[in-house]
Design a protein around this ligand. Structure first.
Ligand code: AMP
Length: 220
């Protein structure tokens, strides 16, 4: 793929970013770089980073910008992302992160920034019922009468409620999205990088819209 594609995915928690990013990454042959997933893996491994961020994650607060920027800079510098590009999910989360990221990627800027739009009252229900595979992060919907233990269909991992999918942490994350991350929509719009995509509909419908948005930007 000439020069690859470099995509940033914005959107509220529960808008379907994780699921759609995994699918898009597969389709375009680029790594799906989810900063939340990287941090949760660090917590599970009880690494230095993991120990530093666990309480912040569980409370639904934001990890500090400097740590996030260095984490992402290291990841996009790896061979797979340098060659093929990447799909960034969960970063940037603040204007300060976006500004630093612009500097880091000045030589190879992002192809497009997609805003996957689902309104707040709709994602609340989705997040409360969300169950996630600890291993591959596939998402499932709880029926309230779930198998115990619940085994992931794709990888056999344990499916549980994320530690930060409690009502209190969910509300804090959504508040932070509105105050810290939503301003990125204007930031990227004013730089002609933004495409808004409707996140309502079946996963296939949303995927088709996302694919069109990426193709249009890539051929522009
Ligand atoms: P996510 O899986 O994207 O919902 O991220 C889960 C949690 O990881 C967030 O609630 C934050 O605590 C942390 N996190 C992930 N990405 C970032 C980021 N770019 N900046 C700050 N904190 C982040």
């Amino acid at each position: 793929m000439p020069n690859g594609i470099r995509v940033i995915m914005l959107g509220r928690q529960g808008a379907g970013k994780g699921t759609q990013c995994r699918r898009l990454a597969d389709h375009y042959g680029v790594p799906h770089i989810s900063t939340g997933e990287m941090l949760r893996a660090a917590v599970r491994q009880d690494s230095v980073v993991g120990r530093a961020v666990k309480a912040v994650l569980d409370a639904g607060k934001l990890v500090d910008d400097a740590m996030m920027i260095s984490l992402v800079q290291g990841r996009i510098g790896q061979e797979d992302a340098r060659v093929a590009g990447y799909l960034l999910d969960g970063f940037p989360r603040t204007v300060a992160q976006a500004e630093s990221f612009d500097e880091i990627t000045a030589a190879r800027p992002v192809t497009v920034v997609v805003d996957l739009v689902v309104e707040r009252d709709l994602v609340l229900d989705r997040l409360s019922a969300r169950r996630t595979c600890e291993n591959c992060e596939a998402n499932y919907v709880s029926t309230g009468n779930d198998p115990n233990p619940w085994t992931c269909d794709s990888c056999g991992g344990a499916v549980r409620q994320r530690a930060d999918d409690t009502p209190e942490a969910i509300n804090r994350r959504l508040d932070l999205y509105d105050s810290q991350t939503a301003p990125l929509v204007d930031y990227y719009r004013s730089r002609n990088k933004l495409v808004a995509v409707d996140g309502l509909g079946t996963p296939d419908e949303v995927f088709a819209r996302l694919q069109r948005a990426v193709e249009t930007a890539r051929n522009a």
